[in-house]
Design a protein around this ligand. Sequence first.
Ligand code: RIB
Ligand code: CA
Length: 312
Amino acid sequence: MTRIPLLIDTDPGQDDAIALLLAAASPELELLGVTTVAGNVPLALTTLNARKVLELAGRRDLPVCAGADRPLDVPLVTAEHVHGDTGLDGVDLPAPTLPVDPRHAADFIVQVLRERAPGTVTLCPLGPLTNIALALRRAPDVAARIRRIVLMGGGFFEGGNVTPAAEFNLYVDPQAAHEVFTSGVPITMAPLDVTHQALTRADRIAAIRALGSRAGDAVAAWMDFYERYDEQKYGQDGAPLHDPCVIAWLLAPELFQGRDCNVRIEVQSPLTRGMSVIDWWGATGLPANAQVLRHLDADGFFALLTERLGRL
Ligand code: RIB
Ligand code: CA
């Protein structure tokens, strides 16, 4: 099997944590390291949480590099009201022994891209895009060496989740998002339009809890905690499981449907800051710069997630 080399940039966050576990449990993926960014909670906590989750996955071998503690040019906005004060509320994981790698996330991303063969490494940002933008600023040459950026972010037909117009990851650092979407790097985007179909329904949580493992129990508890906010907000059975959609697309792209579109990011307007303007109908005639995922086989997604968690 040809494994897919990837780096995950993340702001754990319960859904990020589940995405990390899915990646760690999947032999198709060669996880080269994890970089952390401020987002759901401040950087110190996202870095601590990433280390806790990798230890839960039995991956103490992986480098964890901390990155940006704030967006490029606006104050940091966090989401403790969704993820809890720790960012991983719902489960009390032990303090990690996995060390923090001293390299800055952006430098680590550049180093890996330069060390690996051109066009082989996939970047999977699961939070604000600050570290990706910093890497591209520090080493513009590496853009051509990235196989693809597969990210969770944006929304169009579903609107936004942090403002009526913008999804959290792109809202937190719209300039970084703009620089990534204009970088010329191939992009696959999992916006709210697709992640809102990945609902943590009670029967799906029960199947994960029935695994009877530490990882399964942690994921079920995170889902129980996580849905208290979104279920009330959206009035649906379950909360949207955003970030694992990125990893699932790498593993089973047939679970998703979408199309290549032009996507631009609003960076000027206070009203629509961070909005992803997705030209789904080709109204502008502008060239496509992203594959936008819009439909998901949710039962297939949760079957994949549950089976892989059962391997941890
Ligand atoms: O809008 C959802 C995204 O914001 C997810 O990545 C979640 O973890 C938060 O970072
Ligand atoms: Ca995230």
